[in-house]
Design a protein around this ligand. Structure first.
Ligand code: FPP
Length: 243
């Protein structure tokens, strides 16, 4: 049997990942949930490196949702400590790989140390011109859509925009992902098949791939396999191309 290989000419430009299953990974090993998040952070490093090596242009990772505050304080605090641990170790490699860090979500609500770690990473990598590593932190898509709607409504109210001129492009430009290509591929690990308030507008034409592996056990070879799965899909964007 032939081993399947990636077609390097059809690498998705933009990939988004819902990194799910850290807690279950830990539970299966009788470990505290935070051990799963720690392992999950290492996987973030591995997948980021692989994505950059493959030539992906935008990698958007759902690290913390607006709903995740409902978790026990100890777990929230631990997740909030991860960006500084991650960036302290990983910034030199990000710069070496020409990866630029960005965020979506309301970072103003994050603890000071988390916010500083993130803004430092953005600052240190701002000249990088390769892959954009976009962390969704305190992000929720409905809130993002509501905020875009308010911005557009204000423009109309102030006489700067006609209602008839509101279109896809205007709306996209008012989202936090403005300037970033919509995901070609959305991946969710852990076997759950939900979107969980992630990039609702942006995934209108994304290919969705749900993988059974839990995030801490999802490795570079699994990611490559997911890309191969994506490459088997026939994308038609509502038309008949490739049929
Ligand atoms: C979902 O698994 C995971 C999260 C809510 C946290 C994700 C965070 C990381 C993977 C690390 C982030 C790293 C950086 C650098 C910011 P879950 O806890 O919902 O798992 P479960 O569904 O099995 O309980």
């Amino acid at each position: 049997m032939f081993e399947e290989t990636i077609d390097m000419n059809r690498i998705p430009d933009s990939v988004a990942i819902i990194m799910d299953g850290n807690g279950r990974w830990a539970k299966k090993r009788y470990l505290p949930r935070i051990a799963g998040h720690k392992r999950g952070m290492n996987v973030v490093e591995e997948i980021t490196t692989e994505a950059s090596d493959l030539g992906i242009k935008v990698l958007t990772l759902y690290a913390f949702s607006t709903e995740n505050w409902k978790r026990p304080a100890g777990e929230v605090n631990y997740i909030m400590s991860l960006p500084s641990t991650f960036f302290d170790k990983f910034i030199p490699k990000l710069i070496k790989n020409n990866v630029k860090v960005q965020t979506i979500g309301d970072v103003s609500q994050l603890p000071d140390k988390t916010r500083e770690a993130v803004s430092n990473a953005i600052e240190e990598t701002k000249a990088c011109t390769g892959m954009v590593l976009n962390f969704a932190l305190n992000y929720g898509s409905r809130l993002e859509i509501l905020n875009a709607t308010k911005k557009i409504a204000t423009e109309v109210k102030n006489g700067n925009l006609n209602v008839d001129d509101i279109n896809d492009v205007v709306f996209s430009n008012n989202l936090e992902t403005s300037g970033l290509k919509d995901p070609d591929l959305l991946i969710r690990t852990s076997g759950e098949e939900r979107i969980s308030n992630f990039l609702l507008w942006q995934i209108a034409y994304s290919e969705l791939v749900f993988v059974d592996k839990l995030w801490p056990e999802y490795h570079a070879k699994d990611f490559r396999q997911t890309i191969i799965e994506f490459q088997k899909r026939k994308r038609r964007f509502g038309g008949l191309i490739n049929k």
